[in-house]
Design a protein around this ligand. Structure first.
Ligand SMILES: *Cc1c(COP(=O)(O)O)cnc(C)c1O
Length: 424
């Protein structure tokens, strides 16, 4: 399969039925597996042989999906998780402990900010936020001998800033730590972070990978290139007593990180999705390449339309020439910048709410990256408790509308926006 292009891998990239077997991947709805001998099961528990023990750790349906996503990203292995939040949590906890810290870009998903700044802090793991306008010298000051990784989002949700992956991979590697990239909005169709030096990729599969608003899920993908044997990661390079002293780097080589995440963290946290979720995401992935192309095409058309409208005060989309990240988008997102745009309506909060109420095709939902066009007004919903002043500090203006442009006909989407604007 490795010779084929990414479009072909989306459609046929993992499941290979043998003679007379089902054409479509099976749903192995089983918690349990059967063995011919107690000895074999004992070896499984010591990680001496490959195979499934219990569906809280692995399952054949999940494995089919994991292999496909690893293939699409160009990684060594992947682990499907019950949500994007679980993926980010385990990606970080896999290589950090209390008393350590990590560096993250500040423009990231709100749920991830909560996880980093509140919950991980309570566990004794400190996040140190940096901004893209900080010089390398300023960012360097955030690192010390307890720093274990750098984190950022390819296209930030909802700020839509583009992550300079090569720059931060260099910075991370100069400190002997890996770069973890949340590639949710770009998907491997628009950007493959491993090609720019990222070490671990995470996704909320709930967004474009699903694309139909049906399944909450996440995934961690291991690039397999980072050298863990630099003294900072004893949890990967030294014996794990919970497996009779297995050493992940010795037994699993390039898949050391992802194997540890599964057999240790997934075993203990249990954030495993259902086999039917893997089946549904797999079906969605078969059209990912077509959908991302159309989402991107439609979003650019809508963004260009909005820029010319009198009642719109500003528009943010990475591939608009007016975007401050236009150059970075050209480098990292040459095929498109996905379907999410942000814009402001003249008249502030009241006008924004009136505009949204007047939309007929686009629906008001707490979601993005759906085949159906949708809108969200953070100031009156997800960030409702903040004053207008606090909103500005959070980078969310009272007039900001986040639109997730779907894959309908773009003329219909624009017609809907036009009639809603007439009403304000
Ligand atoms: C939605 C989202 C998450 C969280 O994913 P869930 O599947 O909702 O848990 C993480 N990162 C980004 C960039 C997201 O958009």
């Amino acid at each position: 399969m490795s010779d084929y292009s990414i479009e072909t891998k989306c459609v046929q990239g993992n499941y290979k039925p043998k003679n007379g077997e089902p054409r479509v991947m099976p749903i192995y709805q089983s918690t349990t597996y059967k063995y011919d001998s107690a000895d074999h099961l004992g070896k499984l528990f010591d990680l001496e042989v490959e195979g499934h023990m219990y569906s809280r750790i692995s399952n054949p349906s999940l494995a089919i999906l994991e292999e496909k996503i690893a293939m699409l990203e160009g990684g060594k292995g992947a682990m499907f998780t019950s949500s994007g939040q679980a993926a980010n949590l385990m990606a970080i906890l896999n290589i950090t402990s209390a008393g350590q810290n990590f560096v993250s870009l500040s423009s990231i998903y709100g749920g991830t900010i909560n996880l980093f700044a509140v919950t991980l802090k309570r566990l004794g793991i400190e996040v140190r936020f940096i901004t893209p306008d900080m010089s390398d010298e300023e960012a360097e000051k955030m690192f010390d001998e307890k720093t274990r990784l750098v984190f950022g989002e390819t296209i930030a949700n909802p700020a839509l800033t583009v992550f300079d992956i090569e720059r931060y991979a260099k910075l991370a590697h100069s400190h002997g730590v890996p770069l973890i990239v949340d590639n949710t909005f770009a998907t491997p169709i628009l950007c493959r972070p491993f090609e720019y030096g990222a070490d671990i990729v995470v996704h909320s599969t709930t967004k474009y990978m699903d694309g139909h608003a049906q399944v909450i899920g996440g995934v961690i993908v291991d690039g397999g290139k980072f050298n863990w044997e630099n003294g900072k990661y004893p949890e990967i390079c030294e014996p794990d007593e919970s497996y009779h002293g297995v050493v992940y780097t010795k037994s699993f080589g390039k898949a050391a990180y992802i194997t540890k995440a599964r057999v240790q963290l997934m075993r203990d946290f249990g954030a495993i999705p259902s086999p039917i979720s893997a089946f549904m995401i797999n079906t969605s992935l078969e059209t990912l390449h077509l959908r991302m192309e159309r989402h991107s095409e439609n979003a650019l058309k809508v963004a260009e339309f909005l820029e010319k409208e009198d009642k719109i005060s500003w528009v943010n989309y990475p591939l608009l020439k007016s975007s401050k990240d236009y150059e970075l988008a050209g480098k990292y997102l040459p095929k498109g910048a996905s379907g999410v745009i942000a814009f402001g309506v003249k008249g502030g909060r009241a006008a924004a709410m009136k505009f949204m109420d007047s939309l007929k095709l686009a629906a008001i939902v707490v979601h993005v990256a759906d085949a159906r066009t949708s809108v969200l007004h953070p100031a009156s919903t997800t960030h409702r408790q903040l004053t207008d002043e606090q909103l500005v500090i959070a980078g969310i203006t009272p007039d900001l509308i986040r639109m997730s442009v779907g894959i309908e006909n773009s003329d219909d989407i624009i017609k809907d926006i036009r009639q809603a604007l007439e009403g304000i």
